[in-house]
Design a protein around this ligand. Structure first.
Ligand code: GLY
Length: 254
């Protein structure tokens, strides 16, 4: 069960966020704020305490707070973002994390790691080797996990921005998979819900206690998740999609 969630309000500079989809246009700030309000409401419906951090205009992507830490039951790892414009964001989360964790660890250079590349399945953490997360960063996280009797493994990646751009673990052995992960051998043991290519954005869902948060207007994905017996809350994240952000990126859950 998750008890706590940390989010950071979007900055007006979100319009300068990193994007691989410039054709979608720039995010509308007013709409992004409304969508963020609704995201917080949805999380509260899942029974978690939501801790809301102020916007940080210096970092356009700073509302994607998932990338700056990996929260486990036993310790938190402050990451080291691989994207140049995001370096430094991680320092701004440390004081907040001290309210929740006694054990705080830090990824050290030349390691890079972003939380979007880390997927928790019980005590096991899959770590995607993306353009943002390198082998050194992954090994530092694995060593920390092992020191607390948990473990991790690395996943080679070719296309996706982050590991969780194309994967979401929904508990009960159910895994949402899209794109390059559909036939990836590492995930053969899971009951897979395969996301259609035209809905691949919707692979970035989050299970929060009794509910799965699913992006709005991805009807086929929603239907498949409900058919697996899971309760869905939909949240509109269309402004965040314009800068490669989604439901998991917008929060730290622990
Ligand atoms: N725009 C989100 C990211 O690239 O990290």
């Amino acid at each position: 069960m998750f008890k706590n969630v940390i989010v950071r309000r979007p900055a007006q500079s979100l319009s300068n966020g990193i994007t691989s989809n410039p054709q979608l246009g720039k995010p509308n700030y007013e709409n992004a704020l409304v969508q963020h309000d609704n995201y917080i409401k949805a999380l509260k419906l899942c029974g978690v305490n939501v801790h809301v951090l102020e916007a940080d205009e210096r970092y356009p992507d700073s509302c994607f707070v998932e990338d700056v830490a990996v929260c486990t039951d036993k310790f938190v790892m402050v990451t080291s973002p691989g994207a140049e414009s995001r370096k430094g964001e991680e320092k701004e989360i440390v004081e907040t994390l001290r309210n929740f964790y006694e054990e705080i660890k830090f990824i050290q250079a030349p390691g890079t790691l972003e939380g979007g590349d880390v997927m928790m399945v019980g005590d096991h953490y899959y770590i995607g080797l993306s353009d943002r997360t390198n082998g050194e960063g992954a090994q530092q996280l694995i060593a920390a996990l092992e020191s607390y009797n948990m473990n991790g493994s690395v996943i080679d990646m070719k296309e996706m921005l982050h590991l969780k751009t194309g994967l979401a673990y929904l508990e009960d052995n159910i895994l949402l998979v899209a794109g390059e992960f559909i036939s990836h051998k590492a995930f053969d043991q899971y009951t897979k819900i395969i996301i259609d290519e035209d809905e691949s954005y919707a692979a970035n869902c989050i299970r929060v206690n009794d509910f799965v948060l699913v992006p709005e207007r991805f009807y086929k994905t929603r239907e498949k998740i409900e058919a697996a017996g899971l309760k869905v809350i939909t949240v509109d994240t269309s402004e965040y999609m314009k800068v490669d952000g989604g439901l998991s990126c917008l929060s730290l859950r622990f």
